[in-house]
Unconditional design. Sequence first.
Length: 253
Amino acid sequence: MSDEVDVPEDHPRYQSLLTRHRIEAGVEKGITSTQGLIAEGRGEAFDYLLGEETIPSADRAARAAAAHFLLAEHPVISVNGNVAALVPGEVVELAEATDADIEVNLFGRTEERVRAIAAHLREYGASEVKGLTADARIPGLSHERAKVDRDGIYDADVVLVPLEDGDRAEALGEMGKTEVVIDLNPLSRSARVATVPIIDNILRALPNVARHARDLSGSPRETLTEIVEGFDREGALDAAERRLREGATRESE
Ligand code: ATP
Ligand code: MG
């Protein structure tokens, strides 16, 4: 990936510049919305405060997320324009590691963008991408924002919704789904309503969930259930908030 942006890899802001470049390229390619640019800026500010690293509580959340995915009957990874621009290969890898579906699901849905994202994901090796049928609705949301595939998110028992807006995260929760949210802001409603909030940059979190999934694959269901039940979501949110407010001074993260 080092050739995709003209910045030396030892530049202190290399990762951040690369991220911005990917989002910008996503906008040019028609897969990311201009709203996505704003979301990216907000995320960066939180990541800066987190120390741009996966804190221990976020790693535990990633492991719990992996266990949920492995226990699930029908896990689905929801993909929006930022996710597609930033981590297309990692989405495909996680789907393969956990036998999950991939579904494009957009806040500002247009048929054209759904198609562009699906094509982009296929370039990165996805065999099937859902989200185009849009023959079911999430109850409690206005028409366009509610559209999902009946045999995708609508049917899923576990959904990974990275960078989701709070409204839809809440509505999915009300459908009884187990929700894994990746969001750098522990105060955002999406993180607050999640069964498993992973407060981390999606660039680090997604490969981390896949790594845990590979590590846990083949584990007995009891082991996975123990991991799921032992996860402390309030504790994870609190630990992330403490890190944001006080920096890396506490031990109990
Ligand atoms: P709500 O409280 O309803 O959830 P919000 O302000 O979080 O509102 P959005 O505008 O959808 O709603 O915000 C996008 C979210 O995505 C922000 O919380 C931001 O921190 C997060 N975000 C942006 N980039 C990344 C990233 N690379 N990794 C993880 N999270 C990110
Ligand atoms: Mg949010």
